[in-house]
Write a protein that binds this ligand. Structure first.
Ligand code: NAP
Ligand code: HSE
Length: 430
């Protein structure tokens, strides 16, 4: 039997403790699949006294994760701290400098520094593995980098944030308030340390930037992602979506357009008859479309200790077996760097909800602003609730250019009869 693969784990929170637990409980199975034992020799976190529900005996403790990366007796450093910079980045850089392989679940780090870190790893013949960074337990990194490597990917989209999907699903099914459901998602270990990363779409954008690089062979371009979160999705919009035959999902979408590759994260109205509309709770799903394979659909739990540890351990088994590929599928120096297509050029149908004073001429004024921007209406819904209050007026459009929609909405929101900021949600043709 070969000598064990020695690993040092920096970060013992939801994912770190989950990884220690999985490695312990599945020891026999991992031994057979990896061809050798995977042994945790050292760990690091901030608070040594915290009970993490796992046995850390025999593991050297480090208060400082960078010291762990430099000094631990380890072939691999597993970074499970989080954050684009700070301790996580210093730990990964120190590990690579010390010629240790790195496994990370940190999509923020990869979105901001992925190409640079990949170059550093590849220059030394080291692995920088990150299966756990996107879509939790779904093996989408390997699927894109290896399983679909013979295809030109034309479009990729998915539910990439478990917290948001959990919130949107629970609000729809139970009518509970946004903040209340978010607190529950935090307790379940789904949310980021700063949950605004989840609900403002940033976490999904980090993941989309990583997937776009893998799927389209481009340098990671997080700055190019158009990002909107779910804070403004209201119970009313969720109800209207159902009435119109849609479900609201926060999607990350990357696709080839005539103007370059589009990367966007925002709430979408997805048709009820599509599979992604039925991906609920903490589940994620990724759909990748390739020129030879056609459509492929991947679904699984996108957050939480077990699913994420499952992905971390798959990377460790690859390293133990000596399986390695270029970090993003092609050598980091060969990743293309053309700019992402501007969101203003996006074309698609839209849902817009206005709160208006229920008086003659309102619809005509709104329709005129849309007509002037050559936006064609598909449907109009208005239900009066009370003559004294504002009433919702809902429109859906045929395909329109984003820039034209924004100009029309800016003009409409200045009308006296429009009493709240309009809410616009893109309808996604899937
Ligand atoms: P977490 O529960 O907040 O755990 C973070 C760990 O890092 C804790 O053990 C903490 O120590 C330690 N830590 C934080 N700052 C540190 C510092 N400056 N120096 C040393 N140690 C520090 O986070 P998590 O949910 O496990 O997430 C870890 C990583 O996995 C993140 O990149 C996250 O985005 C990613 N991820 C998470 C999930 C999920 O479902 N949670 C899924 C996929 C990917 P203490 O425990 O002592 O405070
Ligand atoms: N906070 C993330 C989510 C964790 O909710 O999807 C998984 O990356």
């Amino acid at each position: 039997m070969s000598k064990p693969l020695k690993i040092a784990i920096a970060g013992l929170g939801t994912v770190g403790a989950g990884t220690v637990k999985l490695l312990h409980e599945q020891r026999e199975l991992i031994l057979r699949r990896a061809g050798r034992a995977i042994q945790v020799t050292a760990v690091s976190a901030r608070d040594k006294s915290k009970d993490r529900g796992v046995d850390l005996s025999g593991m050297r403790w480090f208060d400082d994760p960078v010291a762990l990366a430099n000094e631990a007796d380890a072939d691999v450093v597993v970074e499970l701290i989080g954050g684009a910079d700070g301790a996580a980045r210093r730990t990964v850089e120190a590990a690579l400098a010390k010629a240790r392989h790195v496994v990370t679940a940190n999509k923020a780090l990869l979105a901001h520094h992925g190409t640079t870190l990949a170059r550093a790893a590849e220059a030394k013949g080291l692995t920088l593995a990150f299966e756990a960074s996107v879509a939790g337990g779904i093996p989408i990194v390997k699927a894109l980098r290896e399983g679909l490597a013979g295809n030109r990917i034309t479009r990729l989209y998915g539910i990439l944030n478990g917290t948001c999907n959990y919130i949107l699903t629970t609000m729809r099914k139970t009518g509970r308030a946004f903040g209340d459901v978010l607190t529950e998602a935090q307790k379940l270990g789904y949310a980021e340390a700063d949950p605004s990363f989840d609900i403002d779409g940033i976490d999904a954008a980090h993941k989309l930037a990583v997937l776009t690089s893998l799927a389209f062979g481009r340098a990671v371009d997080f700055a190019g992602v158009h990002v909107e979160g779910i804070r403004h999705v209201s119970a009313l919009d969720i109800e209207y979506a159902a009435e119109l035959g849609y479900r609201i999902k926060l999607l990350g979408i990357a696709r080839q357009t005539d103007h370059g590759i589009e990367q966007r994260v925002h709430p979408c109205m997805v048709p009820l008859e599509t599979p992604i509309a039925h991906v609920e709770g903490v589940f994620n799903a990724v759909v990748a479309e390739g020129d030879f394979v056609g459509q492929t659909v991947f679904e699984g739990r996108g957050a939480g200790a077990g699913p994420t540890a499952s992905a971390v351990v798959s990377d460790l088994i690859d390293i133990a077996r000596g399986r390695s590929t270029a970090t993003f599928g092609v050598p980091a120096g060969d990743l293309a760097s053309e700019p992402t297509a501007a969101m203003e050029r996006h074309v698609g149908p839209y849902y817009v909800r206005f709160m208006v004073v229920d008086q003659p001429g309102v619809v005509a004024d709104i329709a005129a602003a849309l007509r002037d921007e050559r936006v064609s209406l598909e449907a109009v819904l208005q239900r009066a609730r009370s003559p004294d209050e504002g009433v919702p007026l809902v429109l859906t459009t045929h395909n329109a250019e984003e820039a034209a929609m924004r100009r029309a909405i800016s003009r409409i929101e200045t009308l006296k009869s429009v009493i709240e900021p309009p809410r616009m949600i893109r309808i996604e043709s899937l």
